[in-house]
Design a protein. Structure first.
Length: 104
C-alpha cells in the first residue's frame, strides 16, 4: 500500500448505495472523536489504547467501505504490537491524513 500523504477526498465504496448512506454518515461523524484521540495519544504511554483503536477501525472501516483506512489501521495495529514507536507515529500520521480527507 502506498502510504504517502495525499489531498484527494476519500469516499466509501458504498457511497452510491442510498440504503447504506445513513450508516456511512454515522460512521464518518464518529471519525472526529477518533482523530482527537489519535492526535493526543502518546505512542509511549498509550500503546495499548492505540492498538485497540486500530483494531476496531480495521474492522469497522472495512465494513463501511473504507478499505484503505482499514489497511492503515492494520499497519498501526502491527506497529503497536511490535512496540515500534517510529512506526506508530508514522502510521498515526498516515491515518490522520486519511481520516481528514473522508467525506460522505
Amino acid at each position: 500500500m502506498d502510504n504517502t500523504l495525499r489531498n484527494e477526498p476519500v469516499r466509501s465504496l458504498f457511497c452510491d448505495d442510498e440504503d447504506f448512506l445513513e450508516l456511512i454518515e454515522m460512521f464518518v461523524e464518529g471519525i472526529e472523536e477518533k482523530k482527537i484521540f489519535l492526535r493526543d495519544a502518546s505512542a509511549s504511554s498509550q500503546i495499548e489504547d492505540l492498538k485497540v483503536l486500530a483494531h476496531q477501525l480495521k474492522g469497522a472501516s472495512a465494513g463501511y467501505g473504507f478499505e484503505e483506512l482499514s489497511q492503515i489501521a492494520a499497519e498501526l495495529e502491527i506497529a503497536c504490537k511490535a512496540e515500534d514507536q517510529s512506526g506508530i507515529e508514522q502510521h498515526k500520521e498516515f491515518m490522520l491524513n486519511h481520516m481528514d480527507r473522508i467525506v460522505v
